[in-house]
Design a protein around this ligand. Structure first.
Ligand code: ATP
Ligand code: MG
Length: 569
């Protein structure tokens, strides 16, 4: 990305899919409105961890800057000292970088507090703002409704000099919280409620995460946001649709002071099925201890999907797939999972793991002998090479891969039947061993030494290949199987009078403690992602230790759920 301040828009990179915002920018470039500059920003409030919706906004803002050889800033909109925290600032920076982006400049709205204070004084001096003494509830009452105009406050005609004096004394700390507010003087009958003398400043004797106790008055978000964009000389202020009817207010703040004017452009926020995208609700899950924290692999936070094993490239591909529009919709979670799956398919090495082990004894295999079989690490990527997998007399296979009395379409192991062991030999089930309760505890099989590597010299075929691990060499592990966070498709459908938490999926995390892994899976760092053949993509969790391996299921191999839906239709 260019760091040259005067860099004009240049040849677009063809790989990025275009959306309606490109058309708007192209028009500006043609008319020369911003002298060909493109400068966007991602403006989070540091009051929580970023979620997948934010990833869409990040990819859009940084992606546009890249496309036009422009710039993108990271700006923390830190106007609410009570809810903000350095922990959130740090996590947001980590998340943006994890997604693969680097900001050109870093700002905090609080960097501009002095300038914004000066703007407020200018508004008062122009007779466009006044000090209000009514309590906030009263102000709200007097705002009117969509069908009723608001009422003028008795303070609306307060002389300029008096408002200015009170505002300065507010700043000096003379008054308690709530005693006064500064309001813009616009139009109490305006059809857009945002224009009915909105609040600009309030008194908050609170410690700010950056400015400490320098300030005891804080500008409101609406009053701050547009000025920050202007001061950073942002060209295109991209935000979600719910801010469309704030645009006239941002325009007003900037125009009455004759300041540099960025173009605000709104797009539809991302909503996903079976998920919430609200920081407030996510915070509730964390605070109630329902999840393992902000980075719980079930959380739709960027920290959560990172821990779950989602890849930055998969996330970026997803954001490109869904596109950018002005229509609010609901994106199927399966679309996200498919993007992750198809990225992992390219990059993740394959290993064998058995989640629900069934013991297999090869009766004709020599006691104590170990055979080192060659396995291909990734059939999609030859550069990942091969590895050795130990094979011995006692193996584990998946319980599901055996049926004593198989139905017609079951081609895996059954009494008297021959199957192929992945990378290994053909085996035939000779005997089923049961415990006193009739539960199958062991299979006694024979192997054919001639079939090493997976083919019979006489050309005989088997109908299935199953995975396995050698019992003596296996590593035990805890495997956390993750699934949808909610049982309801559209969380917005939950009635207001019901507790949304009752719709959480009790099986969103199922812990398996009996899994057996091939030995090569024993020493990888947290975050290592791979495919367990035939089972899905998994990654090493940060809780994993050499003594207790812990893997997370990132995503299943196939989209079972959509398949089931289709069947049901
Ligand atoms: P939440 O509603 O979850 O609290 P927010 O909008 O208050 O989110 P901000 O920190 O203000 O969170 O968001 C930073 C940027 O990310 C904003 O420009 C916002 O429009 C955008 N954004 C937030 N949620 C989404 C979403 N679901 N889809 C796309 N962009 C989003
Ligand atoms: Mg917000």
């Amino acid at each position: 990305m260019s760091t040259d301040d005067t860099s004009a828009a240049s040849t677009p990179a063809p790989a990025t899919p275009r959306n309606f915002i490109h058309d708007i920018i192209d028009e500006h470039n043609q008319s020369g409105r911003f002298e060909g500059r493109v400068h966007t920003r991602f403006p989070p409030e540091p009051n929580g961890y970023l979620h997948i919706g934010h990833a869409k906004s990040i990819c859009l803002n940084f992606g546009l800057a890249k496309y036009y050889n422009g710039k993108c800033n990271l700006r923390f909109d830190d106007t609410n000292p009570a809810k903000e925290d350095q922990e959130y600032v740090d996590s947001i920076m980590d998340d943006v970088r994890w997604l693969g982006f680097e900001w050109d400049a870093l700002y905090y709205a609080s960097d501009f507090f002095e300038q914004i204070y000066q703007y407020a004084e200018q508004l008062i001096e122009k007779g466009l703002a006044y000090i209000e003494s009514s309590p906030v509830e009263k102000i709200r009452e007097m705002r009117g409704t969509l069908t009723q105009p608001g009422q003028h406050s008795p303070d609306r005609e307060r002389p300029t000099a008096e408002s200015l004096d009170l505002f300065r004394r507010m700043r000096a700390g003379e008054f308690p919280d709530g005693k006064y507010v500064l309001r813009a003087k616009i139009d109490m009958a305006h059809p857009n409620m945002n224009m009915r003398d909105p609040l600009l400043y309030r008194i908050r004797h609170a410690e700010h995460h950056r400015t400490g106790d320098t300030w005891c008055i804080y500008p409101l978000y609406d009053f701050t946001h547009g000025y920050c964009d202007s001061l950073e000389r942002i060209t295109h202020s991209i935000c979600t649709l719910e801010f469309e009817n704030h645009r006239p207010l941002y325009d007003w703040f900037i125009d009455v002071l004759d300041l540099y004017h960025p173009q605000q452009i709104e797009f539809a926020r991302l909503n996903l099925t079976y998920t919430v995208m609200s920081k407030r609700k996510l915070l509730e899950l964390v605070e109630a201890g329902i999840v393992r924290g902000w980075d719980d692999p079930r959380m739709p936070t960027i920290a959560g999907i990172h821990r779950r094993g989602y890849t930055p490239a998969g996330m970026r591909a997803f954001c490109e797939d869904i596109g950018v529009t002005r229509f609010n919709g609901l994106t199927n979670l399966a679309v996200l999972e498919n993007a992750i799956r198809s990225d992992l398919n390219k990059v993740a090495p394959r290993y064998m793991a058995v989640l629900n082990p069934l013991k297999v004894v090869l009766t004709n295999y020599p006691e104590g002998q170990v055979d080192e079989l060659d396995a291909v690490n990734n059939p999609e990527d030859a550069s990942q090479g091969t590895r050795k997998v130990p094979f011995s007399k006692v193996l584990y296979i998946e319980q599901d891969d055996f049926m004593e009395d198989p139905p017609k379409k079951f081609f895996r192991l059954a009494p008297g039947r021959e199957v192929r062991l992945r990378w290994g030999y053909f085996i035939t089930c000779q005997e089923v061993v049961k415990d006193a309760d009739g539960k199958i505890v062991e299979l006694r099989c024979t192997y054919d030494p001639e079939t090493r590597g997976g083919n019979a010299p006489d050309g005989r075929k088997v109908k299935s290949t199953i995975h396995w691990v050698s019992a003596d060499h296996a590593k035990s592990a805890e495997v956390r199987l993750y699934d949808k966070l909610f049982t309801i498709e559209n969380v917005a459908d939950i009635p207001e009078d019901e507790d949304w938490k009752t719709y959480l999926n009790p099986e969103s995390e199922v812990i398996n403690t009996i899994a057996k892994l091939e030995p090569a899976l024993g020493d990888h760092p947290a975050g290592f992602t791979c495919q367990f053949e035939r089972l899905g993509y998994f990654c090493v969790d940060k809780d994993s230790t050499p003594a207790q391996l812990v893997f997370n299921r990132t995503v299943t191999l196939k989209d079972e759920w959509t398949k089931l839906q289709k069947k049901a239709d």
